[in-house]
Design a protein around this ligand. Sequence first.
Ligand SMILES: Nc1ncnc2c1ncn2[C@@H]1O[C@H](COP(=O)(O)OP(=O)(O)OP(=O)(O)O)[C@@H](O)[C@H]1O
Ligand SMILES: [Mg+2]
Length: 323
Amino acid sequence: MTAPTTDRARGAAPTGPVVLTIDDVSVDYLVDEPVHAVRNVSLELARGEVLGLAGESGCGKSTLAYAVTRLLKPPALVTGGRIEFHSREGYAVDLTAIRGEDLRQFRWDKVAMVFQGAMNSLNPVINVQAQLEDVFSTHRPEMKKAERRRRAGELLERVGVDRARLKAFPHELSGGMRQRVMIAMALALEPQVLIMDEPTTALDVVVQREILDEITRLRDELGFAVVFITHDLPLLLEISDRIAVMKEGRIVELADARTLYTRPQHEYTRTLLSSFPSLTGERGAFVRTGVDTTVPGPAAGRSTEEPDQGPDHDPDEHEEADA
Ligand SMILES: Nc1ncnc2c1ncn2[C@@H]1O[C@H](COP(=O)(O)OP(=O)(O)OP(=O)(O)O)[C@@H](O)[C@H]1O
Ligand SMILES: [Mg+2]
């Protein structure tokens, strides 16, 4: 199945097989004055790609992520649309329809999420080893204790934390390390899609950089696709294959990172780009491999390329996170 052509611009289609299809999804918060948080969003995520999701605070990024992982709770209500996961093994799952045990097995196993502010959500009274092992006891009940133990150590090293820290409690770790532990937990079951909601926002730039490199390396090694959510557009330009720009619940622009940077189509994207001084000079911080950083950015106010084209342009189950 392919997504409808709404909200699509040239260069916006995913390259390669699709792992996730979000088709015309809308989410409301049914409060006194209902909030239309996500409005008719359609997106496709290609296997192994990094899709950036940018947009100002309150535009609906987290709500969309929660809809995909089926973690929305009242007063949120999915008012329409369909979300489909296309497994590497060749079958498709309608995420809007699965329930109960199927949903529980699916989540974390196929699509995992690192939550906004996640590094503060580790259980403070349980050490890292027990928290990592817990993912396996819950989702791989057949796994023997020794195997769980071995895997917990491997996971920690995979995200660049010494195995010796297995015995540490969350308060004994730096923010960066805690965030790495959260990423390790999300990767424990080798998901095919990893949704990361502001995974590095609270960290200083050096640690942020290290973690981003780690995510990129792991993506190359394990082949999962990433939806990377942040309002930090310069960062997204650097790490994303494609970027979706969200405003007031809608995707207003979707393009590959380079096109979005050099030829933004939507006024809002231009505003967003120009609000980052690092992007506006000739020596912008846009250093994505293979991209010529001397290409004039949006603040240069001109394009030597082709002229611009406007962008062609059931109640949910309220499940809790269980990992
Ligand atoms: N539980 C809730 N009840 C009512 N409205 C909500 C609730 N959660 C979110 N909203 C509203 O839904 C809209 C989208 O919120 P959401 O958290 O998805 O935005 P966001 O893009 O993730 O923002 P941020 O960058 O600050 O994380 C906002 O207007 C927000 O106020
Ligand atoms: Mg958010």
